[in-house]
Write a protein of this length. Structure first.
Length: 277
């Protein structure tokens, strides 16, 4: 079977995007893992599927799969690329679209430069909403991991995030602590692990070890979670520039409101794969 796709990225967080509005294909987890492989496949952090809406007031359904084949609830960099993709493929002419995901509706709006501003919905913080196992709600949590203990905050942006404040992003233990926390028993659905260095009240650096993928050059929901956590801890103002390895995102949030994310998108190439039935 012949399947068309676009290879895209949001600040280096890269995606294979497939239009399932005008073509039909069944992608099993093993095939997704093969396509994600950067030597034997296409290579991507996540696979994004563009599907017809399943409810009247929505323009598209958006499904997201990590490189390990796991289907997840949300992908921030991905929804910006989603908006660009549906315009480039002529699937819509609307600048503001409503997109349903496993975790609810998100609303990306594309501008002339291809930048996209997204209403990412409201964050959640209760341990049960993450999900995170904790005896009680707290401002931050102490978690025993490896041979020591780490202080972290937890935020759900549709998907689960742990946020750790560090003094120096270049020395953050991403490679060691990231995989240990990703699969930690206190996160029953695993977790994305963000390491945030606060530069000022409106500027941070962030690295994210992503659930199901590993460290990526950028993480949109991770940037949202980190800024929300920093604001709740009194470290940040309501609008923050997040410096990620792949570039910058602007995140804005006020308590009891939704999170706004603004950033660029890019289409690298369009391609065709031949799937054997
Ligand atoms: N690894 C994430 C999904 C992709 C999120 C990230 N790429 C973003 O831009 O938000 C998870 O398992 O929840």
């Amino acid at each position: 079977m012949r399947v068309e796709f676009s290879k895209m990225h949001g600040l280096g967080n890269d995606f294979m995007v497939i239009d399932l509005v005008s073509q039909q294909v069944n992608l099993e987890p093993a095939l997704i893992r093969g396509l994600a492989n950067r030597n034997f496949g296409i290579g991507f952090d996540q696979l994004l599927l563009v599907e017809p809406p399943e409810q009247p007031d929505v323009d598209f359904k958006y499904r997201i799969f990590n490189a390990d084949g796991s289907e997840v609830e949300q992908c921030g960099n991905g929804v910006r690329c989603f908006a660009r993709f549906v315009h480039e493929r002529g699937l819509t002419r609307k600048k503001l679209i409503r997109v349903s995901t496993k975790s609810g509706i998100v609303e990306p709006e594309i501008n002339e430069q291809g930048w996209v501003r997204v209403n990412m919905g409201a964050p959640k913080f209760r341990p049960a909403e993450i999900p995170f196992i904790a005896a009680a709600d707290a401002a931050v949590y102490q978690v025993e991991v490896g041979t020591g203990e780490v202080q972290l905050d937890v935020v759900n942006m549709g998907n689960p995030h742990a946020v750790i404040v560090v003094d120096d992003i270049l020395k953050a233990p991403v490679e060691t602590l990231g995989p240990l926390l990703e699969k930690h028993a206190r996160f029953p659905e695993r977790v994305n692990v963000g390491f945030m260095q606060v530069l000022s009240r409106h500027e941070v650096c962030l690295r994210v070890f992503e659930r199901g993928t590993g460290e990526t050059l950028a993480c949109g929901t991770g940037a949202c979670a980190a800024v929300v956590s920093g604001i709740r801890q009194g470290l940040l103002d309501p609008e923050v520039v997040v410096h990620l390895q792949g570039g910058d995102l602007t995140i804005a949030w006020r308590p009891n409101d939704v999170v706004w994310m603004t950033g660029p998108t890019a289409t690298v190439f369009e391609g065709v794969i031949q799937l054997h039935d």
